[in-house]
Design a protein around this ligand. Structure first.
Ligand code: CMX
Ligand code: CO
Length: 153
């Protein structure tokens, strides 16, 4: 998979050459009230293709991932009333929910953020969808953006 426009500035291992831990935007997470309708919108409007679909029980969501170059659009809908996404949908309606940044090591990126004073929602990296390892950072300590750190594998 392409690592995006900055790939020439990255090492073979994908680490940012400047020592930073963000290697690409992995995905944008968009919460919707009707997953099939939202998938249809991306397919019909942009010819986008669904590359993965999964229920993530821990997060109480069903997701559809659509390819956008080497990156993804992650459409999410709640599968249970008490999930974070259900709460968010009830309050805001459909819309942009979080940004997933790709990192080489979720643990390294999480440790660095916590050391910098950012509030982590996950004490340790945990399984995400499609076999990724992820950790979330609280939007209130990240300029109003829910941040997901995403490590392949
Ligand atoms: N983006 C920006 N701000 C957000 C937010 C979001 N996605 N979600 C909540 N907030 C803000 C709220 O607006 C609220 O701000 P105010 O106090 O100013 O009103 C504050 O954070 C608290 O929000 P809340 O509605 O009381 O919600 P909770 O504190 O119960 O939960 C959060 C918020 C971020 C801790 C919770 O949503 C969470 O744990 N999220 C991470 C897990 C997740 O979202 N999983 C689904 C994604 C799965 C995937 O990508 O694979
Ligand atoms: Co996500």
């Amino acid at each position: 998979m392409s690592t995006g426009v900055n790939s020439s500035e990255q090492t073979a291992g994908g680490a940012a050459a400047d020592g930073g831990v963000l290697t690409a935007i992995d995905h944008v997470g968009i919460v919707v009230d009707d997953l099939d309708a939202a998938v249809g919108f991306y397919e019909q409007t942009f010819g986008a293709k669904v590359v993965h679909r999964e229920r993530v029980e821990k997060d109480g969501v069903e997701e559809a991932l659509l390819a956008a170059g080497g990156n993804y659009v992650q459409l999410l809908t709640p599968t249970r009333e008490d999930s974070a996404v259900a709460k968010w949908l009830a309050k805001h309606g459909s819309g942009l929910h979080h940004v997933g940044y790709r990192v080489d090591s979720c643990q390294v990126a999480l440790d660095r953020a916590v050391a910098a004073g950012v509030r982590a929602l996950d004490a340790a990296p945990r399984p995400g969808s499609r076999g990724t390892t992820v950790a979330f950072l609280h939007p209130k300590s990240a300029y109003g953006t829910l941040i997901e750190l995403v490590q392949e594998g």
